[in-house]
Design a protein around this ligand. Structure first.
Ligand code: SF4
Ligand code: SF4
Length: 176
């Protein structure tokens, strides 16, 4: 898939999000790093798909991850998504090179939403997850700088038509 987002832009996004955190302490201590472990027993590792172009920051030879590619058409991605989508599985969750965490990890527990007027906002992730995130179910106030940086990042990301289509599709499904 052709991404309009350059490697340099993804690097800048990673750097911006490296400087912020949802809360001041390590929220993984609250839940045993549930979003990394993927299931309460910790028996399954979590799979993460990379956004179009985000694979420019990763390598199939990175030792900390398993890498696979699937066809967008086989999954619930927007119609504009055709061809290969990269999925990664962390080999030793919750441990990973922090500076390499994908966008999905960096912006959780928030997710972008585009309303009927085309306005972008952030909401708590409302996917049906196999674990419970205390930041969500206890509605823990998130750091302002984390929320601001995350919104800035998504504003940039949705300039890419493929990412816009993904966020729009998820937002419309949410509306239903
Ligand atoms: S984001 Fe939520 S689920 Fe993930 S480590 Fe923090 S508190 Fe746990
Ligand atoms: S990349 Fe790191 S933060 Fe993200 S799920 Fe894997 S271990 Fe957790």
């Amino acid at each position: 898939m052709r991404s309009t987002i350059r490697r340099r832009t993804y690097q800048a996004i990673y750097r911006l999000l490296d400087r912020v955190s949802p809360i001041d302490t390590d929220c993984g201590q609250l839940c045993g790093a549930a979003c990394c472990m993927g299931d309460p027993e910790g028996e399954e590792t979590v799979g993460i798909y990379l956004l179009p172009g985000e694979e420019k920051l990763h390598s199939k030879h990175d030792e900390w991850l398993d890498w696979s590619e699937d066809y967008a058409e086989d999954y619930e991605f927007p119609d504009s998504w055709t061809g290969k989508v990269c999925f990664i599985n962390c080999k030793t969750p919750p441990h990973c090179p922090r500076e390499k965490r994908p966008i999905q990890c960096r912006t959780f527990p928030l997710t972008p939403h585009i309303d009927e007027d085309g306005e972008l906002s952030l909401i708590y992730n409302d996917l049906d997850l196999p674990y419970a995130c205390p930041l969500i179910y206890e509605a823990v106030p998130l750091n302002d700088d984390f929320v601001r940086a995350t919104l800035t990042v998504w504003k940039h990301l949705i300039r890419d038509p493929l990412i816009y289509d993904l966020v729009k599709m998820d937002s419309e499904e949410r509306g239903e």
